[in-house]
Structures are given as C-alpha cells and as structure tokens.
Design a binder for this molecule. Structure first.
Ligand code: PLP
Length: 220
C-alpha cells in the first residue's frame, strides 16, 4: 500500500494549527514512501530499528531529521550517533552515558527524550519518577547529551478514558520536572500520541506525535 498523501496533508493542517510536530513513523516502509512524503514537505521521520535507520539515512535526502523511536541497545548507539536528530526512548542512565560517549566522539550534542512508563502493560519500556529524578541528578556529568523532554506510550486499549488518563499522568510528570530540572528552558518536547490516539494525546498536552500506519498504511 502506498503512502496516503491526501491524509498526510489533512493531518499536517490539523497539527500546524496547534503547533504540534509530526514525526512520520516509517519503520518497515520502503524508501519510495519516505520520498513521497518528503516531496510533500515532511522532514521529520521516525524509525525503530538501528540497521534500517542507518540504511535509509545513507540513501535518502540529507536534510531529513531522523528520530530514533525504538528501544536502543547500548551497543548500537554508535551507529546512529553521527546523524540522529532526536532519540525518543531513553530509559536508563547507562544508555545515556553511552550516547554521551558516542556523541562526544562525533563532536555533537545529541537531543534525547526520557521514556516514562505510563501504560498498564508490563512490556512497555520506560522509567518511573524515581528513576527520572535519579537521571536528572546525574546529567551534569554528560555534556554531550541534552534532555529535551519526555516520551511515553499509552496502553493499547479500546478504552479512550484509560488512554487519556495515562497521557494526563505523563503530562503532570512533565510539568513537575519542568519546574524541577535546572535546564528547564530546554524542556520543550512531550512526545506522546500515535495513529490511534494522537488526538487524545494532543488534548492532554502533547507537543510531538509519532504517526505511522495512518499515513503509510498498516505494517506486516
Ligand atoms: C510504531 C510506533 C509508532 C507509530 O505507530 P502507529 O500506530 O503506526 O502510528 C509510534 N511510536 C512508537 C514508539 C512506535 O514504535
């Protein structure tokens, strides 16, 4: 199935009015689909797998801002460090330390979001508030990473009120940390919302949505 340009334009118009950034999630999708969206103006793309991201980055236009939204294994940070725009799912200090090391080798400061566990499901990655605080306390030792905000995924649920309350919880954590952290002016991104729940996420304060199947069609 090809990318749906008409729907893309509708979504962009809807998000633009509210000043929300769209990350087009292109994992498993062919380069042609990405080029089609690129030619319609999209620049922010999200990928979940390191090798796939590296391959796509090598051949697609160099002004694409690549977001890594998957679970990053520590030993793979080095492959994306030279070019990645924003790493969404950082869920341990160990990983941050490795990103910092690889960023330093590239002479970069890499923007990261800390992933918070908000869903009911045990399987979703992310930190709790105590771990968040712990990480923030140690950030001054990592000059080559910048925490720009938080990311979270709601439960895969048919119950919109449950999804809403999870997003609301993440937003309240975000607000508490904005007040608490020493580099609060850097905290500008709350990445929450996917194809099925992005409208609820925006109502609850999202500033960045990650949308895949709505634009590209369903994945295998
Ligand atoms: C795949 C994925 C998305 C996009 O999901 P859709 O339901 O296709 O919009 C968003 N965020 C993360 C972390 C993902 O892994």
């Amino acid at each position: 199935m090809a990318v749906n340009i008409e729907r893309y334009k509708e979504v962009v118009a809807e998000l633009l009015k509210q000043n929300i950034t769209l990350v087009a999630v292109s994992k498993t999708k062919p380069n042609q689909d990405i080029s089609d969206l690129y030619n319609s103006g999209q620049r922010d793309f999200g990928e979940n797998y390191v090798q796939e991201l590296v391959d796509k980055h090598a051949v697609l236009p160099s002004d694409i801002r690549w977001h890594f939204i998957g679970h990053l294994q520590t030993n793979k940070a080095k492959y994306i460090a030279p070019f990645v725009h924003l790493i969404h799912g950082v869920d341990s200090f160990k990983l941050l330390k490795e990103i910092n090391k690889q960023a330093a080798r590239c002479g970069r400061v890499i923007d990261c979001l800390l992933q918070v566990h908000i869903a009911q499901e045990e399987t979703k990655f992310g930190m709790d508030e105590a771990e968040l605080k712990e990480v923030q306390t140690n950030m001054s030792s990592l000059p080559n990473v910048q925490i720009s905000g938080l990311m979270g995924m709601a439960s895969l649920s048919d119950d919109p009120e449950m999804v809403r309350s999870e997003f609301r919880n993440l937003k309240s954590i975000y607000d508490r940390y904005c007040k608490w952290t020493t580099d609060r002016e850097q905290w500008t991104i709350l990445s929450m919302g996917m194809s099925s729940d992005y409208r609820i996420a925006i109502e609850e304060g999202s500033t960045m949505v990650r949308i895949g199947s709505l634009l590209f069609g369903s994945r295998q």
